[in-house]
Each structure stands twice: as C-alpha cells, then as structure tokens.
Design a protein around this ligand. Structure first.
Ligand SMILES: CC(C)(COP(=O)(O)OP(=O)(O)OC[C@H]1O[C@@H](n2cnc3c(N)ncnc32)[C@H](O)[C@@H]1OP(=O)(O)O)[C@@H](O)C(=O)NCCC(=O)NCCS
Length: 219
C-alpha cells in the first residue's frame, strides 16, 4: 500500500465495512494474468476502495489503466460465468524509480557513477477476499520479479507494508523479500499513526551495502 502523496486523496478509518467486490470462485478457478487495461477502470477503483484504508486519486487509476509511468498485472478467473471471465480478482501496480532518487539508497549498494540505476516500487497489491490463499498474490509478485530482472538497470524491488498486515508480511517473507527497516508512524490513518515495514528484493546483482561477510570482516 503506497504512500505516494501524489496519488493519495485521503486516508480513511481502517474498520472496513463488508467489501462490495466479493465474487465467489468456481470450484476450479482458472487464474490467468494480463496487463491492466482501460476497461478495468471501474472494478480496479472498487477493489482498491474495498481493500485499502487509503483513498487514491483518480489520476492514479487513470495512470494504471493507461500504463502511464505504471506497470501492472491483473489476475482474472477464466472459469467465471456470465461475462466475468475477464474481470479483475487481483492486481499489482508498480512504478520504476531512479535508485539515486529513491528512499532506499542507503540499503542499496550501487555505483554513484551509474546514475541510470533503477528500482521497482510496488504501489498496490491486492486479491479479493474469496480468491485469497490460492497463490494469486505470490504469482503476481513473481511477475514483478520477472519484469524487474528483465530490466538491465534494475537493482531491486521495494515496498511498504503496514505493521499489522500479517498476511502481507508473511507473503513478502515467503517470496524472499528482506525487511530492511521499520518506519515509525509512516501511515496516518484516521488520525492514528501506524508503523510500516520496508521490504526489498534484490535483482541483477543489486545488494545491500554490507554483505554478511563484509559485516564480519569489516571490509
Ligand atoms: C496480502 C494479500 C495480497 C495476499 O493475497 P493471496 O493471494 O491470498 O496470497 P497468496 O495466496 O499468494 O499467499 C498468502 C500467504 O499468506 C498466508 N496468510 C494468509 N493469511 C495470513 C495471516 N493472517 N497471517 C499470516 N499469514 C497469512 C497464507 O497461508 C499464504 O502463505 P502460505 O503459502 O505459506 O500458506 C491479500 O491478503 C490481500 O489482498 N490483502 C488485502 C490488501 C493488502 O493487504 N495488500 C498488501 C498491501 S502491502
């Protein structure tokens, strides 16, 4: 759940009402993955409203569906009936940032001379409730890892997660993301501060400035 102020409209209470989007998977869902497209706009907005305590600007959704500065993947259940077989049941959105302009420069070892080095920042990730624990978010993260690895300048993927989100924290650890920082009071939701964890997954030789060996040897 990103906190890019550019995209955030307001923060709401975390006591969520019953989600509006809660389609039932068929006995054997056939999940497939594709880019998010303009026809996904309405359902994308609805699922974000259902899943997150943060309200995103209309500009954010426009940028997602039109692929402006944002890369995205949708999960759909091809086995759903009644024209729903292409309807979003999960998504991940991310953007490319310059490593030198990111907030994680200190946990990334890179050559300052190579100013074109980049990172992928995961903005939002979600799966509608009835489709959870089927490995859909894991598959979406794998898509991001594959994409990041295919960009020669990319050194890693990073994201923030609110400190009480055990399902997401479990997921990122399972996917071998490293928790590099706890940020006190990072989120302000309904007048209350919540900490966040910062997770990083290194690709293409990206690494933290000190490897375990360097810490031991002091080199
Ligand atoms: C976090 C989220 C994306 C996971 O989606 P998903 O498709 O269910 O994820 P997966 O099926 O790939 O993996 C879920 C893992 O979390 C585990 N899990 C589920 N609920 C859990 C909980 N409350 N505490 C700890 N682990 C939990 C599952 O057992 C599974 O792990 P396993 O494969 O080791 O058994 C989904 O719960 C969600 O959309 N939550 C609301 C939005 C959100 O929090 N997004 C992340 C913002 S940073």
């Amino acid at each position: 759940m990103c906190k890019f102020s550019k995209y955030i409209k307001y923060l709401q209470g975390i006591d969520r009402t019953i989600p509006m989007v809660n389609p039932k998977p068929s006995c054997r869902p056939t999940i497939s993955y594709r880019p998010i497209q303009p026809s996904d706009l309405e359902i994308l907005e609805q699922i974000h409203a259902d899943l997150f305590p943060i309200r995103y600007e209309a500009e954010f959704f426009q940028n997602v569906v039109n692929g402006h500065d944002i890369v995205s993947w949708a999960a759909v259940d091809r086995s759903r009936p009644n024209g729903q077989s292409d309807e979003l049941i999960g998504f991940v959105t991310a953007r490319i940032v310059l490593a030198k302009e990111s907030e994680i420069g200190d946990v990334l070892s890179y050559e300052p001379s190579k100013s074109d080095q980049t990172l992928i920042y995961i903005l939002t990730l979600g799966v509608v409730e009835s489709f959870r624990n089927l490995g859909i978010a894991s598959a979406l993260i794998r898509e991001v890892i594959k994409y990041a690895s295919s960009i020669p300048t990319c050194r890693g993927i990073y994201l923030h997660v609110i400190s009480y989100n055990n399902a997401a924290i479990h997921l990122y650890k399972k996917m071998s993301f490293m928790c590099v920082r706890r940020l006190q009071g990072f989120y302000l939701i309904n007048g209350q501060h919540y900490d966040s964890y910062l997770f990083v997954y290194y690709v293409n030789g990206g690494r933290s400035p000190c490897s375990p060996l360097e810490l031991v040897t002091g080199t």
